[in-house]
Design a protein around this ligand. Sequence first.
Ligand code: MN
Length: 249
Amino acid sequence: MRILVTNDDGIAAPGLVTLEAIAAALSDDVWVVAPAEEQSGAGHSLTLSQPMRLHTLGARRFAVRGTPTDCVMMALGAVLTEHKPDLILSGVNRGGNLAEDVTYSGTVSAAMEGCLAGIRSIALSQVMADYSVGKEDFSPAAEHGADVVTRILGIDWPSGVLVNVNFPPGPVQGVRVTEQGFRDYGNIRMEKRTDPRGFPYYWHSYGREPSTPGHRTDLEAMHDGMISVTPLHLDMTHHATMAALAARF
Ligand code: MN
C-alpha cells in the first residue's frame, strides 16, 4: 500500500513526525509531500497566480511552496505519476478540525482533494490541552492513529467520501463515529495591534465557542474524551431547499 502523507502545518511541523510514524506502521511505501511553510486556514485553496516550487528533501520527501491542495496535486501530477497512492493521510494537525472548521482547514482540504482524485483520504487532528510552543502533545494520535486508520480502511469505502479524525487530549476514553457539529457564530473578534512605524495591523482572535453540544457530534466527542471519526462528503447541495427554489422559477 502506497501512502502519501501531507499536512497544513508545514514540512517541519511536529505533527508530521507523528503522522509519518503512523504511516510507517501501516506500510513501508510512504511518501511525504508537504507545504514548505505553514498553511493553516488555507482551506481548499490553489496557487494560481504565482509559480509553485517543488523542493526534493529526500528520496521520498518533498516540500512544496504552496497550499495543502497544491501538495496533493503536485504529488499526483509531478511526483507519483506512475504509481498513485492508495491512501492519503493529512495531519496530524496541531489543533482540532471540528464542526465548521472543516471548511477553513488546509488539513481537511488536502483530504478533500485526495477524495476528488478518487483516493481514500483521511484527515487527522490533535486537540490539545496546552498549545504553548514545546508543550504540544500528539501522544493520543501517536498511540491510537494506526489502529484507527486500519479500522477505517476496513470498510467498503464509498466514492466521494473522506474521513475526518480528531483526537482528544488524553486520557482517551474510546472511539465514536460522529457527525459534523456547528458552533454558535458569536462575535468576530479582530485583535488590533500597531506596527513599529505606527500603522495598525490585525490578527484573527478566535471568538467562536462550542454551542449546545449536538447529539453524537465531533464537538461532543471531544468534550467526552472520545476519538471522533466523521465521514464527510463534498456535495454541499441542500436538497431540502431545491423544491422551494424550483417553485420560484
Ligand atoms: Mn494546521
